[in-house]
Design a protein around this ligand. Structure first.
Ligand code: SF4
Length: 362
């Protein structure tokens, strides 16, 4: 079946491999753009969070390219993600886009429904094809994050503006085409070398480091965060990601299957500020800000969509973390009306503040 799925940064590279392994034809929507957001905003409820609208826009663009099915992850807990998929399915149906909707979520007792979903996803896939497709998808996810993290370290030290992004895109294109784990390993080595080659001699310890926390979708999807990582890198700042998709899959799928929780270390880090799961990445935002302060990171940027409940809770707590650790923390709230100019100005002001604070004491 021709299946489309929402974008989340560069994860399409891995999802394509997984869908092919399952015997489906991936229909990758165009990378998110203003049009994606307009499509999603027209069809979606006005007050729903920004990720919902972008994701819905991706689905519409994928369906327009001929997809007969849509993959979407589900969830539960105190935030709205739990009913995103169902609302999107209804909205697509009302708009006359009748597709097979695959809502991927952990079973919640309804085994008949789960068995039905599993058989629709796996169809007649041979176990061997499925195994090799899953391995390839996992290797691509690992390599993607490896290359992206190298780019984050390299961008503030690049010899000429834009070179890091160019190299990253070239390697991501090669990664998309890779058909074996051996090729992927070679690509990772090549990427490592290429990024090292374009770094200026400036010592890495001189570079300002900012941790990036917040709502997972907004942290990872450049359309939602107005390309924050690239903007900061070009201002000479190394962005330290606190969210990894690979880790998300391990925590939310693999650990859940074996009945383990990923929350204990987070609660330990956030002790004294927040002691419970509040949905989304609210607990992570607080915990990773405290961890960043202890790791001598120079500042933290939290990003959240308007009306994102878990991150609003974290936003209310972070000023205290900032005071206790003398750590500059800035919260950026985004929606479909966010202005690039205003965003850039706030980033530049934050970087100025960090430079004064860090270099004044150097
Ligand atoms: S975490 Fe926030 S933005 Fe994401 S689905 Fe939940 S409420 Fe919406």
């Amino acid at each position: 079946m021709k299946i489309t799925f929402p974008h989340l940064g560069n994860t399409y590279i891995s999802i394509e491999a997984l869908l092919e392994g399952l015997g489906h034809e991936p229909i990758t929507p165009p990378l998110g753009s203003k049009r994606t957001l307009e499509l999603g905003s027209e069809l979606g409820p006005e007050l729903i969070c920004l990720p919902f609208k972008i994701v819905l826009g991706n689905m519409l663009e994928g369906i327009d390219l001929g997809a007969a099915g849509v993959w979407m992850i589900g969830g539960w807990g105190p935030c709205r993600l739990g009913y995103y998929g169902e609302v999107q399915r209804i909205l697509l149906e009302k708009a006359g886009r009748e597709v097979d909707f695959f809502l991927l979520e952990m079973p919640r007792g309804n085994m008949v429904k789960t068995r039905g979903l599993v058989s629709r996803i796996f169809g007649n896939t041979k176990p061997r094809t499925l195994w090799s497709g899953s391995q390839l998808a996992w290797a691509k996810l690992e390599a993607m994050e490896y290359l992206e993290n190298l780019a984050l370290k390299t961008r503030p030290l690049e010899q000429s503006a834009g070179l890091t992004t160019k190299i990253l895109n070239t390697h991501l294109r090669k990664l998309r085409r890779a058909q074996s784990i051996k090729t992927i390993k070679v690509l990772m080595e090549e990427g490592h070398k290429d990024f090292l080659d374009i770094r200026r001699a400036k010592g890495h310890s001189d570079t300002l480091k900012v941790a990036f926390v917040g709502e997972i979708y907004t942290v990872i999807e450049p359309l939602a965060n107005l390309n924050l990582e690239q903007r900061l890198g070009e201002l000479g700042v190394e962005v330290v990601r606190t969210i990894s998709l690979k880790k998300w899959v391990q925590d939310h799928i693999f650990k859940k299957i074996i009945g383990r929780s990923h929350l204990s270390p987070l609660k330990r880090s956030a002790q004294g500020y927040l002691n419970t799961f509040v949905g989304g990445h609210g607990l992570e935002s607080v915990a990773h800000s405290v961890d960043s302060a202890k790791a001598n990171i120079h500042g933290v940027i939290q990003i959240l969509p308007v009306a994102c409940m878990p991150e609003i809770i974290a936003q209310g707590i972070l000023p205290q973390v900032s005071l206790d650790y003398n750590l500059p923390i800035m919260s950026l709230v985004v929606d479909e009306h966010s202005s690039e100019t205003g965003f850039q100005t706030r980033l530049e002001a934050f970087v100025d503040l960090l430079e004064r604070q860090v270099y004044a004491h150097a």
